[in-house]
Design a protein around this ligand. Structure first.
Ligand code: DQA
Length: 147
């Protein structure tokens, strides 16, 4: 069965209470529930993780090479700083969808730079929590088209 990893970066564990005007009031646990329901309907297996540290995220990406078919990555602030995450993605050669709740291109200039975009299949941003389900559908469609 097709298996997808959704990996969340720093501070996303605080969703629901963190800057709700920017990120909404849905918690990460609500999002996980929503994604698990969507994955079931799409007939895929889903692993869902959140890490605050960059190294732990790199470890998840490495491990995904043998266990998952694609990665949906909301790298949080590491999006704008992490060459390590970019290199990890290039190393595992799995399709990656870059995801953001907010429209990062409509925010501060330092959020316009992404180290993930150049190595990603595509980017979904600005749709709030619903973006997770959109990303899941996009990944499943991509993997089906490749098989
Ligand atoms: C974010 C956008 C990033 O710029 C920010 O640092 C986050 C969340 C988003 O989902 O909108 O932590 O990735």
């Amino acid at each position: 069965m097709t298996s997808i990893l959704i990996l969340n970066g720093p501070n996303l564990n605080l969703l629901g209470t963190r800057q709700p005007d920017v990120y909404g009031t849905t918690t990460l646990s609500d999002i996980e529930q929503m994604c698990q329901t969507a994955a079931k309907a799409l007939g895929v297996t889903l692993a869902f993780h959140q890490e605050n540290s960059e190294g732990a995220m790199v470890d998840h990406i490495h491990a995904a090479r043998d266990t998952h078919d694609g990665i949906i990555l909301n790298a949080g602030a590491y999006t704008h700083t992490s060459i390590a995450l970019m290199d990890a993605i290039s190393s595992v050669e799995l399709p990656v969808i870059e995801l953001h709740l907010s429209n990062t291109l409509a925010r501060e200039e330092f959020r316009h730079k992404s180290y993930i975009s150049p190595v990603a299949l595509g980017v979904i941003c600005g749709f709030g929590a619903a973006g997770y389900e959109h990303s899941l559908r996009a990944m499943v469609q991509h993997l089906e088209a490749c098989s």
